[in-house]
Each structure stands twice: as C-alpha cells, then as structure tokens.
Design a protein around this ligand. Structure first.
Ligand code: NAI
Ligand code: 15L
Length: 273
C-alpha cells in the first residue's frame, strides 16, 4: 500500500507575528500552501482551526523559538515591533528575536525564510530619489536599524549556510492608504499575498531584497533587482486618489516628513536635546 502524497506544496509553514495586522490577513490567505500552518505570536491567537498549530511565545526566548521550528519547511517572519519604539524593546523583539529565528532555522535545516523588512531601512532617502535594492541602507530610526540588522543577518546565513531569504521592504500594507505619503507607499493585501507566493515558490531566490509596493502612480523604489521573483503588482493607490488629491505641495520644503521617504518616522526616532 502506498502512502498518498500531500496535495499541498509544503508540509508546514511557520508564520510569526500571526496575531498582528498582517498576520491575521495571512492566517486566512496562506492555508492552501501547506498541510499545516504553524501560527506564532507573543499575543493570544485564539483556537487552532483545522490545519493550524498555535505556539504562543516571545521571539526573544531562544529555547522556545528553537522548539517551534521543528518540522518547519518555510518561515514567514512577520513578528516583532512594527513601529519606532525605545531601543531596548526593539533589541529584544527584533534583534534578539530575528537572531533566534535564524539560529533555529539553521538547526532545523529550514531552507527558506521570508523576512518582513520595511521601507524604514531606507527612510532617509529623499522623496525626490528613486532607489533600488543595491543602494546603501539609510534607516530612519531604531526600528529601521533593526530591519537592516535582519537584512544583514539573513545575508550572512545565506553566504555561510546557503539558507535563502527574501527580505520584503514592505511599504504601507493596510486596507487603504491613510495619508498622502501612502499614495506612494501603499501595498495592497492581495499584492502582499502574491509577492509572498512568488517568494516561496520561485525555485531559487538566494538572498533577495525587494520592495513590497503596489503599482502606484508614483514610486520611489525600483524593483528590477528582484525581477527573478516574477512579481507583478495588480493593485494601485489610484483607486483611492479622491481621498488624497495631489495639491502640488508634496514634498513641502519646510516639512521633513514629506522631504524624506520615511515620512512621520523621521520625527519619532531617539530625541536628543
Ligand atoms: P503588528 O504590530 O500588527 O504585528 C506584529 C506582531 O508581532 C504582533 O502581533 C505582536 O504581538 C508580535 N510581536 C511583537 N513582539 C513580539 C515578540 N517579542 N515575540 C513574539 N511576537 C511579537 O505589525 P504588522 O503591521 O502586522 O506588520 C507585520 C510585520 O511586517 C512587522 O515585522 C512589521 O515590521 C512589518 N512591516 C509592516 C508594514 C505594514 O505596512 N503593515 C510595513 C513595513 C513592515
Ligand atoms: C512600517 O514599517 C510599519 O510597520 C507600518 O506600521 C507603517 O508605518 C509602514 O512602515 C509605513 O511606512 O507606512
């Protein structure tokens, strides 16, 4: 008697940050990719549905992260602090937490990670610049610096151990743009899911950095260096244009939140007297 083979491409995907804004969306949208989706967060995740496993843990707890990696094929690492905060909190969740993920990935022989990086790795470029993934990072605060750490860490684990990572520098992934800046940075949920699909199913990705952004009328980010992923954004912030009519005042010379790509994050980093 032969054992029936799995109908789904992976046996088990681990999604960290599963209780967060994007995690809740992904929980519903990635079910078809694996027999089991293991959901993890420091916060409560409710009851596991069929095809789900739940691991509630702090990413900074190395033993717990190593244990939860058992049997995992692919990691979608979305957990951590998602805005500017004090350095100790960011160090704990994003730096120690991401280090623990990669140590666990290495021990468990996981082949690929998708890392939720951020546009705040490059927030100090100007809104008049167009940049690609080869240009040096210019983070706009401790949060952006922690995402640069994740990008460098993943590069190291690829060069040293061959563990592949796609770092997605997510723009603004919300149901709709919330301000004029997000007309440029908007990344629809459908486009996010499609980029994740490309990132996990493209046969070879090596270490790729890509900007997660929809096909908006204006763009600061050139994604040609990630063309091998085959991602084509379908959505556009144009659908919300009436909410933020272009007044011709963007960027405004006297407002650093419109001068730099990081927007309001420019005002939220460490405050020095
Ligand atoms: P979120 O803040 O809603 O979700 C993050 C989740 O991580 C939360 O559920 C939180 O409980 C969990 N978490 C925080 N510290 C943790 C720890 N020490 N251990 C375990 N879990 C912990 O953020 P969102 O919007 O869902 O973003 C998900 C990821 O995508 C984040 O890594 C964020 O930096 C990144 N990202 C999101 C963007 C967006 O537009 N939504 C833009 C750029 C990056
Ligand atoms: C991010 O990195 C944050 O996680 C998200 O909450 C938004 O602030 C986004 O960047 C943005 O730049 O709009």
């Amino acid at each position: 008697m032969t054992t029936p083979s799995s109908a789904k491409p992976f046996k088990r995907i681990l999604l960290t940050g599963a209780a967060g804004g994007l995690g809740k969306i992904l929980r519903e949208r990635i079910k078809d990719w694996a027999d089991v989706v293991r959901l993890s967060d420091i916060s409560d995740l409710g009851t596991a549905a069929p095809g789900e496993e739940i691991v509630q843990c702090d990413l900074s707890d190395k033993a717990a992260v190593i244990a939860m990696m058992d049997g995992v094929d692919v990691v979608l690492h979305f957990g951590g602090i998602s805005t500017e905060s004090n350095f100790e909190a960011i160090m704990h969740a994003n730096i120690q937490g991401t280090y623990n993920i990669y140590e666990a990935v290495h021990k468990a022989n996981v082949k690929r990670v998708i890392f939720a990086s951020s546009n705040h790795t490059v927030g100090y470029y100007k809104t008049t610049d167009v940049i690609d993934a080869d240009m040096p990072p210019r983070p706009d605060g401790m949060y952006g610096i922690s995402k640069c750490f994740g990008e460098s860490l993943s590069r190291y684990y690829y060069d040293r151990f061959g563990i592949e990572t796609v770092c997605i520098r997510i723009g603004s992934s919300f149901p709709a743009p919330q301000n004029r800046r997000m007309m440029v940075t908007y990344f629809s949920y459908d486009d996010l899911v499609e980029l994740l699909r490309c990132s996990i199913f493209t046969p070879k990705v090596g270490h790729t950095i890509t900007f997660g952004v929809s096909n908006n009328p204006a763009s600061w980010w050139d994604n040609t260096k990630a063309a091998h992923l085959g991602f084509q954004a379908k959505d556009s912030s144009l659908a919300f244009a009436e909410n933020f009519p272009d007044s011709g005042t963007y960027p405004a010379a006297d407002d650093i939140t419109t001068t730099y790509q990081g927007g309001a994050f420019l005002l939220t980093g460490p405050q020095y007297k």
